[in-house]
Design a protein around this ligand. Structure first.
Ligand SMILES: [Zn+2]
Length: 353
C-alpha cells in the first residue's frame, strides 16, 4: 500500500485570499497566530499589492520574501532562514516557479504550506514535484510534498492573460498520451502501475476533453480547470511518481527547454500539447480527439508560431528520450527518422494553421 498525503482544503472562490485563517479554522484554529512567510516575486508584489496587504492583515506576524532565481540553493537557504526565525507557515503566491520554490522550502523545513496560485498554467500548484534551478542553470525536478491547502481566488485567475489558461488546458490534455505511455511502460515491466492514480488522472483529462463550458473566464470553468489540475497532482502523489501526468510529450518539452532554449521559449502547457499531437501519432491512436480539443479551445500549437523550425522540431524529438533516460515511453519503440519527423512537422503546420 502506498502512503500519501492529501490537502485539507481545496477552495475555488471569489475573494478567498482574504479569508484564509477562517477557511482553515477547522484544521488549525490558531493559524493566524503563526509566524508566516509569504513567498512571491517582485512584479507580482505590485500587481497583487491589495491581495498581499489583505493576506498580511490576516497574519499579523508575517513577512514577505521575494523570489530570486527559484534555484535549489535558494529553496534550502530559505528553509534555513525559516528554521532560524521559527517560521512555521509558508504561503506561496504566484505562478509555477514561485510555487515550486515555496513548496520545496516548506518541505525541507517541515513547515505548513498553503498554495495561492495566481495562474492555472500548469499542474505545479498541487503536484509533489518542484522544478528548481541547479548548477549550469539546468532545471531539475525534485520530489517533495503537495500543499496542506490550495486556495484559488477566481478574481485573480480572471485577471491573468488568457494564454495562461490555455497552457493549463494544454498540460491537462497532455495526459491523453502520458497515460498511454505509463500503461505501456507498466505492461513492459519498466515501471510500477497504479489503477487508482490512473483512474484519477483520466478523470482529470475527461473533465476537460468532455467539457461544454467554453467560456474560459467563467467561475465554473475556472473551478473545473482547478479541479483537473489538482486531480492530476493527487494522481502523482498517489502513484509516487509523475508518470500519470508525464509521458513522451513531456520529454519533448524537456528537450526543447534543455537543448533548444536559444531558439525558442514555449510555455510548459503549450509545449506538452505540441508534444501530445506527435506522441499520439507515435502511439498509433486516433488523432481526431486531441485535434478537436486543441482546436475547440484554440490552443496555439502550430510549431512555427513559436519559432520552432523543422530542424528544431526534429532535434527535439530525437533528443527527447535522452532527457529522462529511465522513463520508458513509446519513444523507445518508435522510428524517429528525419523523414518521419519532417512529415509530422508539416502536418502540424497544416492542421493547426
Ligand atoms: Zn506538465
Amino acid at each position: 500500500m502506498n502512503e500519501f498525503n492529501l490537502p485539507y482544503h481545496l477552495m475555488v472562490e471569489e475573494g478567498i485570499f482574504y479569508r484564509i485563517p477562517e477557511a482553515m479554522s477547522d484544521v488549525d484554529p490558531s493559524l493566524s497566530e503563526k509566524k508566516m512567510i509569504l513567498v512571491t516575486e517582485e512584479n507580482l508584489k505590485s500587481l497583487f499589492a491589495p491581495y498581499i496587504e489583505g493576506i498580511q492583515k490576516s497574519f499579523p506576524n508575517s513577512e514577505v520574501y521575494l523570489m530570486k532565481d527559484s534555484s535549489f540553493d535558494e529553496a534550502t537557504d530559505l528553509a534555513k532562514y525559516m528554521a532560524m526565525h521559527d517560521i512555521s507557515l509558508v504561503i506561496g503566491l504566484g505562478g509555477g516557479s514561485v510555487l515550486d520554490l515555496a513548496k520545496f522550502a516548506a518541505f525541507v523545513g517541515k513547515q505548513q504550506y498553503i498554495c495561492l496560485p495566481t495562474t492555472l498554467s500548469n499542474d505545479s500548484l498541487a503536484s509533489p514535484v518542484a522544478v528548481l534551478g541547479t548548477e549550469n542553470k539546468a532545471r531539475k525536478s525534485f520530489h517533495c510534498e503537495i500543499p496542506d491547502a490550495i486556495f484559488v481566488d477566481v478574481n485573480v485567475i480572471k485577471s491573468a492573460p488568457k494564454r495562461q489558461l490555455l497552457a493549463g488546458i494544454g498540460d491537462t490534455i497532455s495526459k491523453y498520451t502520458a497515460l498511454n505511455d505509463w500503461k505501456l511502460s507498466w505492461i513492459r515491466g519498466k515501471s510500477k502501475g497504479d489503477d487508482f492514480a490512473y483512474m484519477l488522472s483520466k478523470m482529470a483529462l475527461n473533465s476537460i476533453i468532455y467539457n461544454d463550458l467554453k467560456d474560459l473566464s467563467s467561475e465554473d470553468f475556472i473551478k473545473r480547470l482547478t479541479q483537473a489540475l489538482v486531480m492530476g497532482g493527487l494522481a502523482m502523489e498517489i502513484a509516487g511518481s509523475s508518470r500519470p501526468s508525464s509521458g513522451s510529450e513531456h520529454l519533448f518539452c524537456h528537450a526543447l527547454e534543455e537543448n533548444f532554449s536559444e531558439v525558442t521559449t514555449v510555455p510548459h502547457g503549450i509545449s506538452v500539447a505540441i508534444g501530445s499531437y506527435g506522441a499520439c501519432k507515435f502511439q498509433n491512436r486516433n488523432l481526431s480527439k486531441i485535434t478537436k480539443v486543441i482546436k475547440d479551445y484554440e490552443i496555439p500549437v502550430k510549431p512555427s508560431d513559436w519559432k520552432i523550425d523543422e530542424k528544431t522540431f526534429i532535434g527535439a524529438w530525437q533528443s527527447a528520450a535522452a532527457t529522462r533516460a529511465d522513463r520508458y515511453t513509446i519513444l523507445n519503440e518508435t522510428d524517429l527518422s528525419d523523414e518521419r519527423l519532417r512529415d509530422l512537422y508539416y502536418e502540424m503546420e497544416e492542421v493547426f494553421s
